[in-house]
Design a binder for this molecule. Structure first.
Ligand SMILES: Nc1nc2c(c(=O)[nH]1)N[C@H]1C(S)=C(S)[C@@H](COP(=O)(O)OP(=O)(O)OC[C@H]3O[C@@H](n4cnc5c(N)ncnc54)[C@H](O)[C@@H]3O)O[C@H]1N2
Ligand code: MOO
Length: 422
């Protein structure tokens, strides 16, 4: 007999998304900092403020190929009283012989980036100079401080150049490289193990499918998005969906002492949905199971006896992707010492109707309109087995509980698939 209280789709008795986020937040343990080579630090967050160990530039130097001299020497130059400065040498970038020094009325040839000789205060570009091999001739005064790049004009030594928590990206590399920072302290990223479950799942794409089999739609996605979601996937397996196979896979994963173990499938209500009983048998603490959301309703979060955290991601590919983005990512951010992610807001381009009994995440596309407004268009197809609308989308548009309809022009909160793409 149909019992509305047990109706899987009614949402009653399931945990509110916001309560799940609070549960996750409560379990967060800050993993601390680690020093990594600069190139590896990209995509990670700084553990502390980064101070400049040297000034940039670290010496006064020329911004042009030309001649360096002291402007006071030519202050009285005029057409009928020209001033000649003998050219006594050259300052070349990287030539660390002796820093050229000017003694009295002299000039030196100087190359872009070469140190400004002592006694010089200005640079005349070669195209603007009247010169022969031996001397420069001035028929007019020339101002001080032309084409000179001063010590610290980019960065002063000791200055905080990047704040703790900054997500390091490629644009930081020229600065950090110029400062010679070969290693930087970043917040540790959690390590993770991934267990795909299901006897129907085939990982080898060269293998023709037998009746009832399907290719693994989420393993490669997980392996690839892990970096952007802030964790290092170290151990990846696919196992049959029996309690014994899953328990063995879990034991093997635990041996590697990952901070996170993520599995797909087996968390719903069917007879093969063995994840929760296996976890309970091994003494895990189930922190939540099933949320008032769509998709990914059966998502499960637990603490394992050895100290790892476990996420049971629902097996439908789109549910797996949502659970990774909306549950695993906020937790990983916390582990890595980052504050909660501010959600982005966009203007809907069309009306949507949703089930108001749950928080609904819609696949869609966010983009800047021609007028510079962030707009979001939900896909017309939203089923959790549908990988093709997902492939056309770049964000989840979140419609909170108790909202059954949003209209074109309304604001909607969005989670970009790739959190680093802001
Ligand atoms: N009676 C009920 N049935 C279902 C409920 C429910 O509440 N009552 N919830 C549905 C919802 S919602 C979801 S989501 C799924 C989640 O199920 P499981 O996590 O237990 O996952 P499976 O049953 O193992 O698989 C579901 C579906 O996804 C396919 N799958 C699994 N892994 C992969 C993979 N790596 N690549 C591609 N496809 C995958 C699997 O073949 C199934 O079709 O349960 C609903 N059922
Ligand atoms: O939550 Mo399931 O993800 O609706 O298909």
């Amino acid at each position: 007999m149909f019992d509305p209280a047990l109706d899987c789709c009614s949402g009653s008795g399931l945990r509110h998304y916001v309560d799940c986020l609070e549960d996750l937040h409560r379990e967060v343990i800050h993993l601390g900092a680690t020093e990594v080579p600069l190139a590896e630090a990209i995509g990670q967050t700084l553990a502390g403020d980064l101070k400049a160990p040297l000034s940039l530039p670290s010496f006064n130097n020329s911004a042009m190929d030309g001649f360096a001299f002291n402007s006071a020497l030519v202050k009285d130059a005029a057409m009928d009283t020209p001033v000649e400065l003998p050219i006594v040498g050259a300052s070349i970038a990287g030539d660390n012989a002796k820093l050229a020094q000017l003694n009295g009325p002299q000039a030196v040839k100087i190359m872009t980036g070469a140190p400004l000789p002592q006694g010089a205060d200005t640079v005349l570009p070669v195209e603007a100079a009247s010169w022969e091999t031996e001397a420069l001739t001035f028929h007019a005064p020339y101002p001080a401080d032309q084409h000179v790049r001063h010590i610290g004009q980019d960065v002063a030594q000791g200055r905080t150049v990047l704040k703790a928590g900054t997500l390091l990206a490629c644009q930081h590399l020229p600065l950090l490289s110029a400062l010679g920072l070969g290693k930087v302290a970043v917040n540790q990223r959690p390590t993770a193990a991934w267990i795909s479950t299901g006897q129907e799942i085939v990982d080898d794409f060269s293998q023709p499918l037998k009746p009832g089999q399907i290719y693994n739609a989420t393993r490669l996605y997980a392996e690839t998005i892990a970096r952007d979601l802030g964790f290092n996937l170290r151990h990846v397996v696919t196992v049959r969906d029996t309690p014994q196979d899953f328990a063995a896979a879990l034991d093997a994963a635990i041996e590697g002492k990952p901070r996170l173990i993520l599995s797909t499938g087996g968390v719903s209500a069917g007879q093969y949905d063995f994840v929760k009983p296996v976890l309970s048998d091994m003494g895990a603490t189930i922190i939540f199971h099933k949320a008032r959301i769509k998709p990914a309703k059966p998502v499960l979060f637990a603490r394992l006896p050895g100290g790892s955290f476990f996420f049971g991601l629902p097996g439908n590919p789109i549910s797996t992707a949502l659970a990774l983005r909306a549950f695993v990512y906020p937790f990983v951010r916390g582990l890595s010492g980052q504050p909660p992610e501010p959600m982005r807001v966009a203007t809907l381009t069309r009306d949507v109707q949703v089930d108001a009994s749950k928080t609904v995440f819609l696949m869609g596309r966010m983009r800047l309109s021609d007028s510079g407004l962030m707009i979001a268009t939900p896909s017309k197809r939203q089923q959790s087995f549908q990988t093709s609308p997902f492939s056309e989308s770049n964000a989840w548009l979140m419609v909170p509980e108790r909202v059954s309809e949003l209209c074109a022009g309304d604001q909607v909160h969005c989670l970009h698939f790739n959190p680093g793409s802001n």
